[in-house]
Write a protein that binds this ligand. Sequence first.
Ligand code: NAD
Ligand code: MG
Length: 400
Amino acid sequence: MKLTVLGATGSIGVSTLDVVARHPDRFEVVALTGHRQVEVLAAQCRRFRPAYAVVGSAADAQRLAGMLRDGGLRTEVLHGPDALSQVASLPEVDAVMAAIVGAAGLPPTLAAARAGKRVLLANKEALVMAGAVFMAEVRRAGALLLPIDSEHNAVFQSMPHDYAGDMAHSGVRRILLTASGGPFRSVPLETLTGVTPEQAVAHPNWVMGRKISVDSATMMNKGLEVIEAHWLFNAPADRIEVVIHPQSVIHSLVDYEDGSVLAQLGNPDMRTPIANALAWPQRIESGVAPLDLFAVGQLNFERPDLARFPCLDLAYRALRAEGNAAAVLNAANEVAVAAFLERRLSYLGVAELIAATLDAVPQAAVPDLAAVLEADRQGRAAALDLLVRRFGASSAQGPA
Ligand code: NAD
Ligand code: MG
């Protein structure tokens, strides 16, 4: 199988290449992309010898090309957003790992779907922003969409094999998405006022990129995943429930009409869902240690507290509002998280800024990609404006 890895230098990208390296007979890397981490990408190119490598800027492309030439590699170095879409839709590529973080991942992920590839979807923001448009393209092009997000991969594994998007017809009552609850699940509510970026990114069970780590602390990550599950499995909001499960051993569950509940379990290591989607419908070794239930000992469950995690409630509201609301939610969240990481916004300000942005941007339909990108632009503009005017952040530096 020939692969493009979008976001190869990130947490998911590195785990993907770890699985790929275990099966040199099975996988061949055609293209790797990284935004700014030129050294990491150069090392990955030396190891996997792709035909193409993509970076963000012309200057970085020149640097990378120089490094690769000195190493005797013939990898062609490209740069910019169009190059990402180009390597996601190359005719010789079978599967595309979509592991860019945030809205920047939408165009190339959509390009992979349009080209009818096997799309391994880690970039949940793409589906949150553009769910209807994205799923329509997947169907039209006959692409195979396989979820990498551990919860959705667990649901995918626990659903009927022939699931065709009709829960009632398949006897599925509910999808139960598990959540660890992050680092602030049980701290006193008063202490949340002073939370620092360092505390927020220190996740108890998973090692991940900074943005998704903050999303896990606020539980916006779970909110985005509720919306992601809605699109992947055609599940209405009231049939998707969130269950806090601090051990992160059960990755999610499917509750059937006959009373059966099927779940997927494993150690919290993204190489399991990555290997599952890379090899599907076969199973391959991933490097993940066997689950030791005796070491786990206990599996606990709690109902999420929406006063502690208002972002989860905001995501359900955006899903129910339909139209542009989820794209605006996602854009506001990206602005808020970046501002929080730059210490321009408090931890509690993250949910407040997103709520204010949802109130500020008028409702609209999103029939096509242009409308999705417009909703994203409006959400960002409104959030940046509110950040300065209502939340008192200086306008000197703009979030990346
Ligand atoms: P990360 O920050 O570690 O890596 C992000 C990757 O995207 C890097 O390769 C970076 O170079 C690239 N990138 C960033 N901005 C870009 C831009 N503007 N243009 C092009 N490329 C850009 O993030 P991650 O933790 O690997 O997460 C990647 C995606 O997978 C996210 O959507 C996240 O929600 C999802 N996800 C991650 C995990 C996890 O365990 N890390 C689990 C489930 C889902
Ligand atoms: Mg997840």
